[in-house]
Ligand binder design. Structure first.
Ligand code: GH3
Ligand code: MG
Ligand code: MG
Ligand code: MG
Length: 309
């Protein structure tokens, strides 16, 4: 089963998930809990400040948010949820005793997805929550698929380029180096010719998994950059540390020991890796990728199954 169908199955399964209720009234928290906790994992916060903190920790599928609370009110809480990258995509339903039109409109303006007035009908609350949780899951699925390659599950090239840009800025700010690697399977056309395209696809998946497993630092990332070409980004890694990582990846692919009778370097599948490193990537992302490509070309021309920098 490819990632597409796995993710779809997950999204279409019964509604479930975590819901955060932010309200200063203990009675209301109890009655919402009773309404939703048969299906959802319900967490509560009694102030906007506590709610913001919990939202970051829990990443709930949905937030039910009171408007009138001491301290941060619901509108301001929602505004801050939208400003934070970790919480901006969580749908917020306002739940309030305020039932004038201005507040209802304001609720949507600050980023709410729905507005329910108290006292609420448990069945209506339930129906609205279920609907928004389902929509949230569908949006998550589409976002996930938009940034992935469907064969390997790695990031796709567009996502790599986006993240590269962000990491570049972060490394510049922190005065840290950054390295990129281009990886290409050796004699892969021959591999397809002798074992068929399906085996070729399996081989690509195995190589992709192996590269991922060798990248252990949280910010390192790998993408499928082209057909049988992978790009890795190693933030805060200089040329020496990138070479260590590349050598580990090269050796791990050798250790897979996938037979390749028509390779001219080995009797198993191998890869070649080109590295480029910099201490100042400002405006030079394209140039760095070209440098890594040039290194890769050297690795190919000096015998393959090797790392060049
Ligand atoms: P080299 O060692 O110089 O890299 O030789 P190569 O044969 O690997 O040459 P190249 O990198 O140009 O070959 C790319 C081949 O990868 C051609 C194509 O058949 C194969 N390929 C690209 N994408 C896919 C894919 O999604 N699945 C399969 N099975 N094969 C692919
Ligand atoms: Mg209140
Ligand atoms: Mg290639
Ligand atoms: Mg190749």
């Amino acid at each position: 089963m490819g990632i597409t169908s796995e993710v779809r199955n997950e999204a279409e399964s019964l509604v479930s998930g975590t819901i955060l209720v932010i309200d200063d009234s203990p009675e209301l928290l109890l009655s919402i809990g009773a309404t939703l906790e048969t299906t959802y994992d319900v967490h509560v916060a009694t102030s906007g400040e506590a709610g913001l903190k919990l939202a970051k920790e829990l990443h709930p599928s949905l937030i039910l948010l009171d408007i009138i609370m001491p301290g941060l009110n619901g509108f301001e809480t929602c505004r801050r949820l939208r400003q934070n990258e970790d919480t901006r995509d969580i749908p917020v339903i306002f739940l309030t005793s305020k039932d004038n039109q201005d507040d209802e409109v304001r609720s949507f303006e600050v980023g709410g997805v729905d507005f329910i007035t108290k006292p609420f009908s448990p069945v209506v609350l339930r129906a609205r929550v279920d609907t928004h949780v389902r929509l949230k899951k569908q949006a998550d699925t589409l976002n996930y698929l938009a940034i992935r390659d469907s064969l390997t599950g790695l990031f796709n090239r567009r996502e790599f380029d986006d993240r590269f840009e962000r990491e570049c800025r972060a490394c510049l700010r922190a005065h840290k180096p950054l390295s990129v690697m281009m990886i290409d399977i050796d004699y892969f056309k021959h591999y397809n010719d002798s074992y068929g395209h399906q085996k070729g696809d399996n081989c690509l998946q195995a190589v992709a998994d192996t590269i991922s497993k060798q990248l252990q630092r949280g910010r390192d990332l790998v993408a499928r950059y082209g057909g049988e070409e992978f790009a890795c980004l190693l933030p805060e890694a200089d040329s020496d540390s990138a070479r260590v990582v590349a050598e580990k990846i090269r050796a791990a692919v050798v250790a897979l020991a996938i037979p390749h009778q028509m390779s001219q370097v080995s009797d198993t599948v191998t890869i070649s890796i080109g590295i480029a490193s910099t201490h100042n990537c400002e405006g030079r992302r394209q140039e760095l990728l070209q440098q890594a490509d040039a290194s890769l070309y050297r690795a190919k021309n000096t015998g393959r199954n090797r790392v060049a920098y």
